[in-house]
Design a protein around this ligand. Structure first.
Ligand code: SF4
Length: 501
């Protein structure tokens, strides 16, 4: 049922050394990641020293058979990058969304760059000032522009991609997983020194096609084999000989976003040897182990498709309670509700999920849920269940209570929008109309991911952030928030928020 927040972007890029058009690869690759952002999409290919760009709003479109040749003609070349985006920086009006659509390009002194980016920059104000000195009147609608221009400035200074990437890694506070193409058609990718967002690499059977992708599902759909997940602080270049890996920055603490496992990534994606659905099923089993008295008092388990389904299966296995498929999804309302702009949110949730009254009438129900952010949509669903005669409704929530904003690409960027920033589990239960809200413990979640606690970002559930500026802003603004200060926008975009840090 989740809900309510937006995520950043999905990245896919590929090169083919048999001179086959790359467009089909990047088309299918990015379409498989539409769950990572549906406000806009874009493709960029490189051919004969030119970038060819198509960018548009909404979901990646279906392509009519009659229009295939037109698409090939518009996007020629054997190397390309693609992106799907949801806004976590910049404005959300239509004009700004169009302007902020990726991939983005930048050029200077005969150098040219195009990038597709996933993440979020925290020190935007400082970076914008710096870029403005080289590109007078620089304005941007997407952090991707900041990264692309910063990289280009450094490339212009050093004429060396490794040194340029190093400067970005050392001077940008935030999360960035990037795939890019240069004016020579060189194809590369890199990840921030904490490795907050995913980015993996893969190849085809005869090693003539190489790709980078936010999630492995896009490799699968293209028949590519996964090679590796990029290391934090790593730059990878591609040539006919395959991947050339270079560790640019060492020694920072790895901090992979734990929320990817709980919510964002597709269940059939693989991170570091573990499928996302496995982590979710294990979370369901953990919740049963952590809450025996609630399990004893319940008749059925129910999930709102699809994000709670895997943990519902785990909870069903561990408890023996029937997993009742009492809620059905409208097949053609494809938007993930959380991805919608706020004005559309509530109505879509009501329209896409239907609940079968006979299955819940008179029952004590455990609902498995991936997260509670604002709580407003959860409240709507619980009210619906009560109207249909549910006797008790308990919430099993995979992701622990969210107490602080995300600075790294998930659109929960203020304390005020988070129900968990002020209320504890009991108070939240009361506010949303549940008999109890049971969050998975942080230890349980960590164990379910298969990673160690010190390899994960848990910033929004612990208040401990991996990058210094994010930590300072979070601490300062939390203090102010608890004193009654009203946040007027995303914390990392508020000049005021940055004044005392
Ligand atoms: S703060 Fe939360 S949502 Fe953001 S990267 Fe860290 S774990 Fe993920």
């Amino acid at each position: 049922m989740s809900e309510e927040l937006g995520m950043e972007c999905g990245v896919f890029g590929a090169v083919n050394y048999e001179d086959q058009p790359i467009f089909p690869y990047i088309y299918w690759g990015i379409r498989a990641q539409n769950h990572r952002g549906h406000q806009s999409h874009g493709f960029l290919t490189y051919n004969e020293e030119k970038f060819h760009l198509h960018r548009s709003l909404d979901l990646v479109p279906k392509i009519k058979t009659s229009a295939i040749q037109e698409w090939f003609g518009r996007l020629p070349g054997h190397v390309g990058i693609a992106n799907v985006r949801y806004t976590t920086s910049g404005k959300c009006d239509e004009k700004s969304l169009i302007k902020g659509t990726q991939p983005v390009t930048a050029s200077r002194n005969g150098l040219k760059l195009a990038i597709s980016f996933n993440g979020n920059v925290v020190n935007t104000i400082q970076l914008k000032k710096e870029i403005d000195r080289s590109f007078r009147g620089f304005s941007y609608e997407c952090d991707s522009d900041l990264i692309c221009h910063k990289l280009l400035i450094e490339l212009d200074k050093t004429k060396d991609l490794s040194k340029a990437v190093k400067a970005c890694m050392e001077e940008i506070d935030g999360a960035f997983s990037v795939a890019g193409v240069t004016q020579n058609g060189d194809f590369f990718a890199f990840k921030d020194p904490h490795g907050i967002r995913p980015l993996c690499a893969g190849h085809n059977e005869n090693r003539t096609t190489f790709a980078f992708s936010s999630e492995t599902v896009s490799l699968d759909i293209n028949g590519l084999e996964r090679d590796f997940e990029l290391e934090p602080g790593e730059l990878v270049r591609v040539s006919k000989n395959g991947f050339e890996r270079e560790q640019i920055v060492n020694g920072k603490q790895r901090a992979f976003c734990a929320f990817e496992f709980a919510y964002f990534a597709r269940p059939d994606s693989l991170f570091d040897g573990k499928y996302v659905y496995e982590a979710r099923e294990e979370s369901g089993r953990n919740l049963v182990r952590e809450n025996p008295s609630i399990v004893k008092d319940a008749d059925i388990i129910l999930s709102i498709p699809e994000t709670g389904d895997d943990s519902a299966l785990g909870a069903h296995e561990a408890s023996g309670l029937r997993w009742e498929r009492a809620s059905r999804r409208h097949r053609y309302v494809t938007e993930r509700a959380f991805l919608l702009l706020s004005k559309d949110r509530r109505s879509t949730i009501d329209r896409k999920i239907n609940i079968l009254a006979p299955k819940v009438n008179g029952k004590r129900i455990i609902i498995t849920e991936d997260s509670i952010v604002r709580g407003d949509t959860t409240k709507v669903t619980l009210a619906k269940l009560r109207r249909m005669g549910a006797k008790k409704v308990y919430m099993f929530v995979t992701f622990p209570r969210i107490i602080g904003p995300c600075f790294y690409g998930v659109d929960m960027a203020t304390y005020g929008q988070l129900i968990g920033s002020k209320l504890n589990a009991e108070e939240i239960a009361e506010a949303i109309g549940a008999d109890a809200v049971c969050y998975q413990s942080i230890e349980g979640l960590v164990k379910a991911t298969g990673l160690r606690r010190d390899q994960l970002c848990l910033g929004c559930i612990t208040g401990k952030y991996p990058t210094p500026l994010a930590q300072k802003i979070a601490d300062e603004m939390r203090k102010r928030f608890l004193e009654g200060y009203e946040e007027t926008g995303r914390l990392y975009e508020m000049e005021e928020a940055l004044q005392n840090v």
